[in-house]
Design a binder for this molecule. Structure first.
Ligand code: GLC
Length: 532
């Protein structure tokens, strides 16, 4: 039937034909600044591998490489009812996850609570009180009058948290723009539990987890080829399974060398020494003006929180630069407000299907009171593509580094986060970069050839879905795929795995196993490993 085929993404050919010479020079400069070649990606990846190793060493390095005490993959037969709490950047999500007998199945009910913006820079007490109030509301709504005993909770707290135990964790430092006093350097669990106790909420934390670890575990639950969990969202990070014998900084724990340990890499901190990343002057400003200068260098070039800001800084520079002066004669004051543009602004520019970039023009008018000329719109579009492409290509270095280090090919990578899920072409650009880094040979058709120098037609802009008539292609040796819900199902699974291993006698990384046994009414079955 006509019109019933797969939906083809609109593509735009674009043209630099009417871009004046001077502005074309600016476009070329930006292309030079923001393009990362395949060779450079390989250099970054090689350095990344040595930094991953360094993070596992006793001396440590830039990348924290945090052992999480998640010591096995789920086998698909985990059962029980668990709560999961996810403190994300914009929302607080509470889930009740039921894992039935059937392999790889789950049921979930959930509520979302908006995190007030003031909370991000407020006090620790306000934070814990807010979270405890939401949990209380959730329990009252779903279980009024029921005797719940103590419900085990998996708490997804996605920041660099040093974990001597799975059920405790010291926040090293805030990331992703958070700046709450009195939490850094402190074990986050006691004040959280105190706030629950104060309200008489019948919940006991079984595991404190990172979103990446949850993503890896939840994804592996339904697809055992999933070996890495990644987040490309407000922040950027990954987790994978390491052998305890390859973690020198845990040697003193005398864990069996071939037992597993999920590592929360916290690789947003990659290259804080600034040895390999091709930082532009705009990246330096993003860093200097952030609440934690010098931290999260990798993340600041690729994560959703920063993409719009990098874009804003470039556009503002071009408006102020006397040799360029885009928006000549217009009031560009609104462009001066830090973080006023977010990644969805860039996404919308990249998604504009019209040759005359009318949507982009309207976006600039409604958001910034600006009316860019057609040539300026071409520059704006190219800049969005460059920033989005750089982010996707650099992101691939972290994934490639883990795959190379652990010799994981073939494997699947479970990915989540707003940038991965919503940013146009992010997946295809990342896959292309992986192909270049890991030497898989040329793709069937380039996704984004570089724009013709000096003007002429722009590169074809398509998407994977515009190639629907192509013969089915072999899957890539490493496929980055949409993940299962890590901070809901993943957190619940990790709580289940924790209780399961306490029951089996593996109490490594459990602060007070006796208390846990009592609290959750667990009978211990046999003692296999007992390292504390
Ligand atoms: C930041 C956090 C990290 C988290 C990532 C993705 O990098 O430090 O813990 O996994 O964002 O949310």
């Amino acid at each position: 039937m006509v019109g019933m085929g797969p939906k083809k993404a609109p593509s735009r050919r674009g043209s630099y034909a009417d871009v004046p010479h001077s502005l074309m020079g600016q476009i070329n400069k930006l292309e030079y600044l923001f393009t990362v070649s395949g060779e450079k990606l390989k250099e970054i990846t090689d350095h990344f591998i040595s930094e991953l190793d360094k993070g596992l060493s006793v001396e440590g390095g830039n990348i924290p490489m945090i052992p999480t005490w998640v010591m096995e993959y789920p086998d698909g037969y985990e059962t029980g009812t668990f709560l999961a709490l996810d403190m994300g950047g914009t929302n607080l999500r509470i889930c009740e996850v039921t894992l039935p007998e059937e392999k790889g199945e789950f049921d979930i009910i959930q509520s979302k609570y908006r995190m007030p913006e003031e909370l991000k820079t407020g006090t620790a007490d306000e934070l814990w009180a807010y979270i405890a109030d939401c949990l209380q509301q959730f329990i009252e709504y779903h279980h009024e009058g029921e005797d719940l005993g103590k419900l085990p909770l998996g708490f997804t707290f996605s920041y660099p948290v040093t974990q001597h135990y799975i059920d405790h964790g010291i926040l090293q430092r805030w990331t992703k723009g958070f700046d709450i006093d009195g939490v850094e350097g402190v074990d986050v669990v006691p004040p959280f539990e105190a706030a629950l106790a104060e309200r008489g909420v019948p919940i006991k934390l079984a595991a404190l987890i990172n979103d990446t670890t949850g993503t890896m575990i939840a994804s592996h639950y339904t697809d055992d080829m999933m070996k890495i969990g990644c987040i490309f969202g407000t922040g950027c990070n990954a987790a994978y399974m390491e052998n305890c014998g390859s973690i020198p900084k845990l040697a003193h724990m005398k864990l069996p060398p071939d037992s597993l340990m999920a590592i929360n890499c916290e690789y947003g901190a990659f290259d804080n020494e600034h040895l390999v990343l091709p930082r532009t002057k705009y990246d330096l400003v993003v860093d200097e003006e952030s609440p934690r200068p010098g931290q999260q260098s990798f993340e600041k070039m690729i994560a959703g929180l920063y993409l719009g800001e990098i874009f804003r800084l470039v556009i503002l520079d071009l408006a102020e630069n006397p040799d360029v002066r885009i928006f000549e004669g217009q009031d560009y004051n609104k462009l001066k407000k830090p973080y006023s543009l977010d990644a969805s602004f860039l996404s919308a520019i990249e998604e504009d299907p019209f040759e005359n970039l009318q949507d982009t023009h309207d976006l600039f008018t409604s958001k910034l009171d600006l009316r860019p000329s057609k040539p300026e719109l071409e520059l704006i579009r190219r800049l969005a593509e460059l920033i989005g492409t750089r982010a996707a290509r650099l992101s691939a270095c972290g994934v490639a580094a883990i795959c190379k280090k652990k010799d994981l090919q073939p494997c699947h990578v479970g990915a989540d986060g707003s940038v991965f899920n919503k940013y146009p072409h992010f997946k295809a650009r990342g896959a292309q970069a992986l192909r270049e880094i890991l030497d898989w040979g040329p793709p069937p058709e380039p996704v984004f050839p570089p724009a013709a120098p000096g003007g002429g037609r722009l590169a074809r802009r398509g998407s994977a879905s515009s190639q629907t008539n192509a013969p089915p292609k072999e899957p890539d040796p490493v496929e980055v795929l949409p993940a299962e819900d890590g901070s809901g199902v993943g957190a619940a699974l990790i709580a289940a795995l924790t209780l399961k291993r306490i029951k089996m006698g593996n109490v490594a990384g459990i602060k007070d196993p006796e208390a846990m046994l009592k609290l959750f009414g667990i009978q211990q079955e046999k003692r296999t490993v007992e390292v504390r």
